[in-house]
Design a binder for this molecule. Sequence first.
Ligand code: F0G
Length: 459
Amino acid sequence: MAWKTIIEPFRIKSVEPLGFTTPAERERLLREGGYNLFNIPANKVLIDLLTDSGTSAMSAEQWAAMMRGDESYAGATSFYRFEKAVRELTGLREVIPVHQGRAAERILFQLLGGPGKVVLANSHFDTTRANVEVSGAEARDLTIPEASKAAVSYPFKGNMDTLALEGCLKELGSRVPLVIMTVTNNSVGGQPVSMANLRETSRICREYKVPLFLDCARFAENAWLIKRREAGFAALSPKEISKEMFSYCQGAWMSSKKDALVNMGGFLAFSDAVLAKKAREVLIIGEGFTTYGGLSGRDLEAVAVGLTEVLDEEYLAYRIRSIEYLAEGLRKAGVPIVEPPGGHGVYVDARAFLPHIPPEKYPAQALACHLYLLGGIRTVEIGSLMFGKKGPDGTFKPARAELVRLAVPRRVYTQSHIDYVIEVFGELARRGPDIRGLTLIEASEHLSHFTAKLAPAAA
Ligand code: F0G
């Protein structure tokens, strides 16, 4: 019997209260926070879909493992357990712990970036792009055309445009220090990359002698979507699929705050021992000694356990099914989304939802603010506030798309929380035409969405 109800494959041992607020309180908090949801205190948020990063609920096994955390400065047993788990998964021998994904990026691009270099990717996440650009290099996204058509369903919108990749490698030659495959592809909607695309990308990289790196924050969700959507993988386990994914790359880094089911952690891993030696030198200056890299021994233990737990089939089936459930509810409420939903959340197409607000008035940020105002729900804008640019002549260059991401923390919310989100969206769909855009008042040069201040635009 195939039951229709999604059941969370866990029971709850420890609970936290949610932050109930009044509409007047939320209106004040938005105004005081410059219409930037990063400025809202978490206890004033009812359902927090800002990110799936570092927000997982850990398992009893992970908490138990933390108790045996070895906090020795050098050579802690926790490090060797962590190293073994990462080696076993990735097949990469040189394993360097870091406190989170962007620390790995900073080290990597300090070594491989620099003026004149061009880094190619299926698309760079915002911190990846920032670290490439801060090094003086250019970050070039080679997404496939389907990725920019939100309503068009395509199973692997996260793929690399391999024709464009070949063209760039031919043109740029040694100016390309590495190629990145982000799995899943966060910036285009948490969309998976197919194994066929990974294989072809790896073939091209080998031909041009450029190393391929995986930004593997959500490797397990990508593996599950390959199992479900790509012919020939249905009978393989998520672990077998993950291992094949890693077999195509010469390096990888992970923000373990996603698919390692922990609140803090990451790693950088290579097959190249010479590059690893240089990376360890940079690590010691900025993060810590080579066997802890900015983490406590107990954090290393939790990552080692999480990397195994995340590959559990019951967990992944529930995880991806619960994202589909949210998508089905939003569709029924008349909300346009990126189709089909990917791994870690649902992305709402704000340009289609609020067609009366032009990109320079940040329709996705306006929608995110209204979700908070109406229902205390916190989401994140992935649109022109995050990726829009000012041209040299001062003209505004909008992002590829105006999206609001509803990122679902792992093992945290139940089906009734998701039902509430769908209900609030139903009401917002009715109020859509009354929603006004926003004006940017203050922004920094890099990663401006974290600190930007906005105000309601004049009608
Ligand atoms: N790569 C990807 C694909 C990411 O999604 C993130 C973070 C990073 C790298 C950087 O990792 O945060 O540990 O330093 N994404 C979070 C998000 C912040 O909300 O999507 P980090």
